[in-house]
Design a protein. Sequence first.
Length: 303
Amino acid sequence: MRDPLSKASDFGKKDRPYRELIAHSFRVRDPLASLALNSAFPVNLPYCLGLLAWSMDGRNDVETPAYYRRGAHEYSDDQHTLSGAFGHRLLSAEGDQLAAIVDRVRRDPAHRRTFAMVLTPSDNFRQSKEYPCAVGVQMFLRDGALTWITVMRAQQALTVLPYDCFLFMLMHQFAASMLDVPCGPHIHQSGTFHFYDNEIELAERVVAGPVKSAGLPALPDSAELAKAAAAELIVLERRLREAAVAGDIAAIDEIAATKAETDFTDVVRACLATHAYRKVGDDSTLVESPSASPEIAELIAAL
């Protein structure tokens, strides 16, 4: 790789040899099991939840992902926005595509005109550090359950895959709740499915170690309650992030002590409040939620 705008060339600094599969796909039978847990590569749960809130709010600011994970700014052309943000493109750039498709499926359950675009023709004509990895998503209501297909033009298959899968499986769950149907299979298709040669040792350790699945409590199974849960997720994330950035420990204390409205958002509260304490230098306060599974509680305790 030589393109100075591509992370695959470390933005023009050096080649990054890689290994890949072309046209790879896999299927997840239960998208509620949205996390893959492996001791060799622990998942960053606050980043998962922060990315979810940011995406469900349709935003593209760079500061939100940068709060959870270093390196976000290197993808930004202007150091303020991320032009390829999946949620922004799906939910707000040109209107809420997912809501439009859900409404279409609600009116005609057999519909096939159900593809929401992330990648657009204009991406092929502009010079940017961000050429979205995702092409788009499609959903089908078949046999009373919602099947979801995520189409990626390129998928980093080791360190990025867990976060992309979590995000799109939670979007899948939200769409199913909007239709008041259960989730069917989640299908992930990639034009190139790859990792880099300097990650081979990590890949071998991941493959050698046991992998367990885990998930958050299910979203409410009605449209009204699912919308309310998404709204609470967005507010909790914003309030805790802003309080941590401001060093406002009293605000963090208040949010941490107040149980959220749903089991799903209460686990979000516990995780993001514990993370906020860590950001202000408090390495001992642990916020718990009775709704967290043992696996999720262990992730929060390890922050």
